[in-house]
Design a protein around this ligand. Sequence first.
Ligand code: IDP
Ligand code: MG
Length: 156
Amino acid sequence: MERTLILLKPDAVQRQLIGRIISRIEDKGLKIVGLKLRQFPTALIQQHYAVHKERPFYKDLVGFMTSGPVVAMAIEGKNAITVMRTLIGKTNSAEADPGTIRGDLGMSFSNNLVHGSDSAESAATELALFFGDKDEICSWTPVTQTWVYSSEEGVS
Ligand code: IDP
Ligand code: MG
């Protein structure tokens, strides 16, 4: 099992797409183990996107991500990082494949609704940043788990 950090960006909140996006994640068979809505401090968002700090869009990105509430989620599942990135789709929503969250719900490069960690290392760093308090993560087993995965798939 793997965990990944998912953010529903301010455009997703403003467009009242939270429920529909969360449903897509649940429908896939992934499990929510952490969930909160908050307008995050600029310093935290700057740290989260530190890898992009030399990029021309960095300032606007931080401005956008602090412009309103964001939903932060810790999502768990087998290969959850890759599965979520596939579900989210390409960065530029206009080019993202139909069937993906960005491809179905967005038109923009920057206002692209969702963030998902891109590697095990960034997932660990980002989860620590947004869910630093261990009490905010719930370890639980959905009753559906034995049907979402087969017994050979190593998920018990
Ligand atoms: P990702 O979210 O698909 O992983 P990254 O390249 O990590 O994409 O970029 C982080 C975020 O910065 C993107 O989701 C998008 O909101 C914004 N962004 C990235 N590249 C551009 C750009 O060229 N113009 C405007 N915004 C961008
Ligand atoms: Mg990225």
